[in-house]
Design a protein around this ligand. Structure first.
Ligand SMILES: *Cc1c(COP(=O)(O)O)cnc(C)c1O
Length: 378
């Protein structure tokens, strides 16, 4: 079956008890057992819940993986992945990553003895150069947050396979509709389902998907042992969002392409970061490894923070908010919002300038969005 069909049907068979077409919200903490040690596959909802299971199976199917695991947030999924490592292990992370992932590595996992190095996400050789004897995992995002860099997953997976390193890819920005890292050689895909997968800015959730049995066993053990699982309602909402993922992503992308082109030609805009623009430094790679460019745009406004503040305050449709991937358009100022856990020095090193603005382009009418940007820039 093709992607659009799997998004609606995978893991989502009609309910065996009633025939309900939609997977029910199994709002229960526990399950009656027929006899001691004899049950229907569910014992306790931290360990397993049918609504969550439907979501996990759907996610695995969309990513082309064997196993899906749902978590209470994207960072809970990320925590699970790092938790399969042990003290003294070394992680290489791309330098342009979600601020919360950076904070987790720096403020939590370093204290538990994980070693971390950052590699320039724009330079494939930088990852090879950072490999140590104790390197156990490489963590990347592509496209990256917030500079929309593109990492060559296939090339990186050749390194990780050779060196017996786990390759984990945060696929939140692209979604499986546009990019499937497992098919490109990654071992684990991680999502903040809070974003495009649920798509309506109404839940916090996360997921990890893998085809490797050894990794699945470790992650599954950790999921139950640590317990950061989503409840049935949130699982149900994520599942409901996933059904329309392909339709939404096509609209997000169409609008983003249109606005990126518009911004590129605007005299008040210094630079636009969008992998769909022919001028993007990795446009060709993006075209090869992704089937679309997504709905995220970053750009630098001429001037500095005062100009950014004025621009943002004038916007009427784009809402000033953290997060992304919902049907409504959002604007974010990474230095003070999503990436405030980086020091000014760390931001400068990574090329996150004080005039950087990030847009999550929604699926409103593209000309209403353009008009909003125009009046705010004017
Ligand atoms: C939001 C986000 C996360 C964290 O997810 P939460 O659901 O907020 O915990 C991780 N990675 C990326 C790329 C994100 O955008």
């Amino acid at each position: 079956m093709r992607f659009e069909t799997r998004a609606i049907h995978s893991g989502q068979d009609p309910d065996s008890a009633t025939g309900a077409v939609i997977v029910p919200v199994y709002q229960t903490s526990t399950y009656r057992q027929d006899a001691i040690g004899k049950h229907k596959g569910y014992e306790y909802s931290r360990t397993g819940n049918p609504t969550r299971k439907a979501l996990e199976d759907a996610l695995a199917s969309l990513e082309g993986g064997k196993h899906g695991l749902a978590f209470a947030s994207g960072l809970a999924a990320t925590t699970a992945v790092f938790s399969i490592l042990k003290k003294g292990d070394h992680v290489i992370a791309g330098d342009d990553i979600y601020g919360g992932t950076y904070r987790l590595l720096e403020k939590v996992f370093r204290r538990w003895g994980l070693e971390v190095t950052y590699a320039d996400a724009d330079d494939g050789d930088a990852f090879q150069g950072a490999v140590q004897e104790n390197t156990k995992l490489i963590w990347i995002e592509t496209p990256t947050n917030p500079l929309l860099k593109i990492v060559d997953v296939k090339k990186l997976s050749e390194i990780t396979k050779k060196e017996n390193i786990i390759l984990a890819v945060d696929n939140t920005f692209a979604t499986p509709y546009f990019q499937r890292p497992l098919e490109l050689g990654a071992d684990i895909v991680v999502h903040s389902t809070t974003k495009y997968l649920s798509g309506h800015s109404d839940i916090i959730g996360g997921a990890a998907i893998t085809s490797r049995q050894d990794i699945y066993i470790d992650l599954k053990f950790y999921q139950n042992a640590a317990g950061a699982v989503p409840g049935p309602w949130d699982s149900w909402l994520a599942l409901r969002g996933i059904k329309t993922l392909s339709v939404r992503m096509r609209e997000h992308e169409g609008n983003a392409l249109y606005l990126a082109g518009y911004l590129s030609g605007h005299p008040r805009v210094e630079r636009v970061y969008y992998p769909g623009l022919p001028g993007h430094s990795r446009h060709k790679l993006a075209k090869e490894q992704m089937s679309g460019f997504g709905g995220m745009i970053s750009f630098e406004l001429k001037g500095g923070f005062p100009e950014v503040e004025k621009f943002v305050s004038r916007l009427k449709i784009f809402l000033l908010a953290e997060s992304l991937g919902g049907v409504e358009s959002l604007v974010c100022y990474p230095p003070k919002m999503t990436h405030s856990s980086f020091s000014a020095e760390e931001r400068a090193k990574r090329g996150i300038k004080d005039n950087l603005i990030r847009l999550s382009v929604g699926i409103e009418h593209k000309d209403d969005l353009k008009d909003d940007l125009e009046q705010a820039l004017g």
